[in-house]
Design a protein around this ligand. Structure first.
Ligand SMILES: Nc1ncnc2c1ncn2[C@@H]1O[C@H](COP(=O)(O)OP(=O)(O)OP(=O)(O)O)[C@@H](O)[C@H]1O
Length: 896
């Protein structure tokens, strides 16, 4: 029998029942015509008509009238006869039809009596149309029939308890849910419970279901959140149906969701009522159904009602007022618990235990053309995806320290890296936290594997905000490159560009910045520039496949953003860890009640209806991400990522530019690319270098790097070195450098005494480099005037600085402060110092050296700034190299 046929019969049977009742009540109306002459009889009939025979029979007043008046007695009998005639029809035809109907529409455990049906979890199959609630009988009839209500795929149910009779209402709900568990395939029913009054869990016998999140008990204060979750589910189901061209939003095989709300008979706040009506209206089509116990709401969607009039007697909207309903007695608690446990175990078995990191992974064969998509956790055992694409270009993640933010990032990176090859995805990872959370993604000493999609990893950058700035500059440049290509192909977004340029390599770029608020830590140029660049990348990255993932402990603290909401607005994907503030919309408090290792994933800018709560598996313990990385490293070809470690002084011999330097290298620039600052030393005035500050080790490192790289940039013997050291404490270090240079085949003029004052202005046709540490310490010798011309060493040094460069004699000197440099230079000013490296010198002191511009620099250990008047618009921050291995190679034959 077809479904519509069954439905027709169901309707016909219910209509039959209603006819019987209305006849019973309306029989009086036929008699009224006949008895028009007798006004009293007519009135009597009318009142019986209004009350119904049953109620009239219970009225002592009315029955006294009947007994006292033969005419009325006759009318009464007539009415009873009519009713009995109708009951005859009903008993003969209606009842069997109704029983057949219930048996058919509520098969097996959905409609069975007793409780033997509780023994086994459901096996699946078609979803029953009706669910048995109990027995019912028409008044004055001994014949009972089963009463069942429609729910799944149809509408909602309201149960109103009698005063003091809440247990009976609970039992109706428990029995209904148990019938569903014993009918539907395990996992096909998700129950949400909200109870305004209970502090302990309602429906305790079903609690074994909570372990697999088949049942969720919601906080009494958070009904709004539950409704938002349901609304979000409904919306996503409708969206998916639209996408897939389905009519019904509930896909066959998708779990049903039943939300049981236990109220206290009082009206819900207006806003909640409105939300509830919305869920009620749109829910059934998406498999979401409500069971409302003592929740007075009017909903304009199919709703059946069971109202208890006495503790064990009720009326129902299915049958109308003339039918008494006796709900089935409560089920044995142990049997319900056993059923719930059995369902839980089946689901647990089917899911293979709790979902773990491995369940997030896939094969690296996915295309990133339209979007990046990966699960990062599980809700009710089903994967929860995050999407970075045109609609959700950027993500904002927040959670207090220890809430699992780093773990979540690993889950995200693992999911993405397992799906998208290095040609589809490039990762740039920056961690402003103290510590090395992403360092493992680069080759290490113990484990040489690396994450093939990672291009850059920055760790310990908490004091090097310039590195964050450099990453943003790099992304802006990449944006511009992509925009130019898109323009050339006359397209506007990445998917189209890839179509138009199938040979091109256009991976999506994901830049993860953990504790990104550190970028905005000062009220300075870096903060301003970072805010502007971030806004630019956020705005334009969307169409060019450049995605930001910004994570922070406290988004509220980022002052730099209050005037620039654009960055936040572009981050339409929000992920909140437990107790995360501000990352979701203001009135969306879902993160406050999250259990440990759970997150709220929200693709709707944090508005409550977008909430999906997911459990995030452990992605940071041994055997999770590290295993994946090794497997991908073995499987996928790509160059190792660059590691920038702010706590580590870069080794000169390992610097990329040291292999083939084009001039003196001064230190490593804080940049996305491994790049050294190189001084241009052509034969032109001003081509000298001043190193400034008292940080001896750093100053020496700068001079040594410069000398050694200069040697490397010449053929052996192709230039001369003068090493002049007026400070005994530095002598041994300078001698080591001299020895190294000589070993490399360069003549060295080493002076450590008064002979420094003689100076040697020129060295013929070969370039000469004068490396002169602690120039100011030599003043005691330089200031002496010598007859007959009475010129001092200082005069000769000034002349050397002025005239030397044009003759390829360049001074690389170190002064222990700006004032000391000034002493050396005299009134001539700084024109002959074309470039400088400042160490522990305040920015304000450097203005005169930087062509009058304000230098934003607060000294910090092992950092310097480099400014070259001929090439720089503003200084670069440097990290002086570690020169130890370059000066004393580990192996004597080392080419360094
Ligand atoms: N989903 C999870 N399952 C199991 N353990 C987890 C999970 N998430 C995090 N942990 C563990 O909790 C600890 C803290 O996590 P994590 O380092 O990710 O937190 P965090 O928010 O990044 O903290 P912080 O900002 O202080 O570094 C770690 O030991 C981690 O292994």
């Amino acid at each position: 029998m077809g479904k519509p046929d069954r439905k027709q019969r169901a309707n016909a049977a219910i209509a039959g029942l209603r006819t019987v009742l209305s006849r019973a009540m309306g029989a009086a109306s036929a008699a009224k015509l006949r008895a028009e002459a007798d006004r009293a009889a007519a009135e009597f009939e009318r009142s019986v008509q209004t009350m119904g025979l049953g109620a009239a029979a219970r009225s002592p007043e009315l029955m006294a009238k009947v007994r006292a008046d033969a005419r009325l007695c006759e009318v009464w009998r007539g009415l009873e006869a009519e009713r009995d005639a109708s009951y005859g029809d009903w008993n003969r035809d209606g009842l069997p039809a109704l029983r057949r109907l219930v048996a058919e529409a509520a098969p097996g455990a959905a409609g069975a009596e007793g409780h033997r049906w509780l023994a086994y979890p459901g096996a699946g199959g078609p979803t029953p149309r009706l669910w048995r609630v109990g027995r019912a009988a028409v008044e004055h009839s001994a014949e009972e029939f089963p009463l069942a209500v429609p729910l799944l795929g149809a509408g909602h149910l309201r149960v109103n308890s009698a005063p003091g009779g809440r247990a009976a209402a609970d039992s109706v709900v428990e029995t209904l849910l148990a019938r569903m568990l014993a009918t539907l395939a395990p996992g096909q029913l998700r129950v949400h419970i909200w109870d305004i009054g209970h502090l302990t869990g309602p429906l305790p016998n079903l609690h074994p279901l909570t372990a697999e999140r088949l049942l969720t008990v919601h906080d009494a204060t958070l009904l709004g959140d539950l409704l938002s979750t349901l609304a979000g589910h409904i919306r996503r189901a409708h969206d998916a149906a639209l996408r897939e061209g389905r009519r019904a939003a509930h896909r066959p095989g998708d779990p049903w969701r039943v939300a049981v709300l236990f109220g206290n008979g009082e009206r819900l706040p207006d806003e909640i009522s409105r939300e509830l009506s919305r869920v009620a209206r749109t829910g059934p089509d998406a498999g979401v159904h409500l069971v409302l116990v003592d929740v007075p709401v009017s909903v304009n969607s199919p709703l059946e009602t069971i109202t208890f009039t006495e503790p064990d007697v009720a009326k129902s909207s299915m049958t109308g007022p003339g039918v008494l309903v006796r709900p089935d007695p409560p089920l044995p608690a142990v049997d319900v618990t056993a059923l719930a446990t059995a369902v839980h175990e089946r689901v647990h078995e089917f899911r293979g235990g709790p979902r773990g990191f491995a369940d997030l992974l896939s094969e690296p064969t996915h295309s990133a053309r339209d979007e990046l998509r990966t699960p990062i956790g599980f809700a009710e055992g089903e994967p929860v995806d995050v999407v970075l694409g045109d609609a959700t270009p950027h993500a904002l993640i927040a959670g207090p320290s220890g809430s699992g933010k780093t773990n979540l990032l690993y889950a995200l990176l693992g999911g993405l890296a397992s799906r998208y090859s290095p040609d589809e995805l490039e990762l740039y990872l920056l961690d402003f936290k103290e510590g090395v959370s992403f360092a493992g993604l680069t080759p290490g000493r113990k484990d040489i594997s690396y994450l093939p999609q990672a291009r850059l990893v920055g760790v310990n950058v908490n004091t090097d905000r310039e590195f964050g700035l450099a990453l943003l500059r790099f992304l802006t440049a990449e944006l511009a490159r992509r925009a130019t290509a898109a323009k050339r192909h006359e397209v506007t977004k990445l998917a189209e560009l890839r179509e138009a340029d199938p040979q091109g390599r256009w991976p999506r770029i994901v830049a993860v910045i953990d504790e990104f608020q550190a970028l905005f830590a000062g009220r300075d140029r870096i903060t301003m520039q970072a805010a502007a660049l971030l806004e630019d990348v956020a705005r334009r990255g969307r169409s060019q496949g450049i995605h930001l993932v910004l994570a922070s402990q406290d988004i509220g603290g980022i002052e730099a953003f209050w005037g620039k909401p654009a960055v936040f607005e572009q981050c339409t994907l929000r992920i909140a860890m437990p107790k995360a503030r501000r990352v979701l919309a203001e009135e969306n408090l879902a993160a406050m009640s999250l259990p440990r290792w759970h997150v709220v994933v929200n693709h709707d800018s944090g508005v409550a209806h977008g909430n999906i709560t997911a459990h995030v598996p452990d992605a940071s313990s041994r055997g999770t991400f590290d295993d994946l990385q090794r497997a991908l490293w073995a499987q996928l070809n790509s160059n190792p990522p660059r590691l920038f470690d702010g706590a580590h002084q870069p080794d000169l011999i390992a610097a990329a530019d040291y292999a083939n330097p084009s001039g003196p290298l001064l230190g490593q620039v804080i940049d996305v690319n491994d790049r050294a600052a190189t001084l241009r030393l052509e034969a032109a005035p001003g081509r000298n270098l001043a190193v400034l500050g008292t940080a001896t080790a750093d100053a020496m490192a700068v001079l040594e790097s410069a000398a050694l790289s200069l040697a490397r940039s010449h053929e052996p013997g192709g230039c001369d070195f003068s090493l002049w050291c007026p400070v005994p404490a530095l002598e041994s270090r300078v001698r080591e450098l001299a020895a190294r240079l000589e070993k490399l085949g360069f003549p060295v003029d080493l002076r450590t005494d008064e002979s420094i004052a003689e100076l040697t202005p020129s060295s013929g046709d070969k370039p000469r480099y004068v490396v002169f540490p602690a120039v100011d310490a030599a003043h005691r010798w330089l200031e002496k005037k010598e007859p007959p011309a009475m010129t001092s060493g200082l005069d000769r040094l000034r002349a050397l600085l002025r005239d030397g460069p044009a003759h390829q004699v360049h001074v690389l000197g170190w002064w222990r402060g700006v004032a000391r440099l000034k002493d050396t230079m005299g009134f001539g000013g700084f024109d002959d110092i074309g470039a400088w490296v400042a160490l522990d010198v305040q920015g304000s002191e450097l203005t005169t050296l930087a062509a009058g511009q304000v230098v934003d620099w607060s000294p910090r250990p092992q950092r310097a700034i480099f400014f070259d008047r001929t090439t720089h618009s503003h200084p670069d921050v440097l990290i002086p190299f570690d020169t130890a291995t370059a000066i004393t190679p580990l192996k004597p034959e080392d080419p360094a």
